[in-house]
Unconditional design. Structure first.
Length: 132
């Protein structure tokens, strides 16, 4: 962290106990446009891959990484469309990162398992009231 940023509120990564405190999404306001876009992109990827329970930890983290890069691309594209000058190197780097992450994610949709496992089926069947 630069010395300039050290005095800004919310930029000190250390607690008073001296332990490093990592910032997580749970620490952030979920109402921002960036957060909603991020969550939407990530949820779309998770859905395409059959849901979180059908994804590996690596795939889940790649989905979050892709969403983060995509939010950055959206931001830079919006600045471009607003007529602002953008750093083409930054734009190319973000897109390159997006493509590299996407290359590591499975292609296409995964089907969700619509058939319950036998234990769940029998449990639901025994809990259901009998009809005469």
């Amino acid at each position: 962290m630069s010395e300039d940023a050290a005095g800004l509120p919310g930029t000190n990564p250390r607690k008073t106990s001296g332990k490093l405190r990592l910032l997580t999404r749970a620490d952030l306001d979920g109402r921002t446009r960036a957060r909603r876009l991020f969550d939407s992109i990530e949820a779309g990827i998770v859905s395409d891959l059959g849901g979180a329970s059908h994804m590996s930890t690596i795939e889940g983290n790649l989905a979050a990484a892709f969403a983060g890069a995509a939010v950055n691309v959206h931001h830079v594209n919006a600045r471009l469309l607003a007529g602002e000058e953008i750093d083409l190197g930054e734009h190319a780097t973000i897109i390159s990162s997006l493509v590299r992450v996407a290359a590591r994610l499975p292609r296409g949709r995964r089907a969700k398992n619509a058939v319950p496992d036998l234990k769940d089926y029998l449990s639901a069947k025994s809990d259901a009231p009998e009809s005469s």
